[in-house]
Design a protein around this ligand. Structure first.
Ligand code: CA
Length: 229
């Protein structure tokens, strides 16, 4: 049974969300404070729903603390709705962001979507575009025709993150978080450098990439088509 941790101090909201999740077959626990959340997190959860406005520790700090120890999906709940706050939330390592007031039904739908996406990276070969590109997750190599290219751990993390969620746009900050586990200023450019290195290994024409596309002003998106195995 999948375990969800609801970090929310408003009892009414927390209880409604818990009830909806339980009705869908999830096991749900509530943490009313950040302090309790950080204690409970060690019990092992599959997904976290995190309210940004808590009485003791702010949600941003909790998000950062969780990211230091785990990459499990985090859906943020917040009353803030500006684009800036949204990007900030995602940059801090949240996977998704829902603005209050929200529909519990929609939240549950998103929980399910994120849990489908979190499959562990097992040792396997991912294949794209009819075998044109393969990623060997055990050796951390890409295979292009008869050639194999080794990826650095950082390049591998970035590529696998993008390739496992084709068409999903990742901001540079999100990628920084995934790679580093935390964000710090000035690192965005480094992501560009890594992407360039990855492209050298997987693209035929750097000017017309067919696997990693730049989304101007935002970040990157993997546009290869996964082969069915
Ligand atoms: Ca709150």
């Amino acid at each position: 049974m999948k375990k969800i941790l609801i970090i929310e101090d408003e009892a009414k909201i927390a209880n409604v969300v818990k009830a909806y999740l339980e009705r869908e077959g999830f096991e749900a626990s509530i943490a009313e404070t950040g302090e309790k959340a950080l204690r409970l997190i060690k019990d092992g959860y599959n997904l976290i729903i995190l309210d940004l406005m808590l009485p003791d520790i702010d949600g941003e700090s909790i998000c950062a603390a969780i990211r230091e120890i785990s990459d499990l999906p985090i859906i943020m709940l917040t009353a803030k709705s500006s684009e800036d706050d949204r990007v900030k939330g995602l940059g801090m390592g949240a996977d998704d962001y829902i603005v209050k007031p929200f529909s519990a039904r929609e939240l549950v739908a998103r929980v399910k979507a994120h849990l489908r996406k979190t499959k562990k990276t097992e040792d396997r070969i991912l294949s794209f575009n009819n075998g044109l590109l393969k990623i060997d997750t055990q050796s951390m190599e890409v295979i292009k025709g008869a050639s194999r290219f080794a990826l650095t751990p950082t390049e591998f993390k970035i590529l696998i993150t993008l390739a496992e969620r084709p068409q999903n746009v990742f901001s540079r900050s999100q990628l920084v978080n995934i790679v580093q586990g935390f964000d710090f200023e000035g690192y965005d450019r480094v992501i560009d450098a890594h992407i360039k290195n990855i492209r050298h290994k997987i693209e035929d024409d750097m000017q017309k990439p067919i696997f990693i596309k730049t989304v101007y002003g935002v970040g990157y998106r993997f546009i290869g088509t996964p082969d069915l195995s």
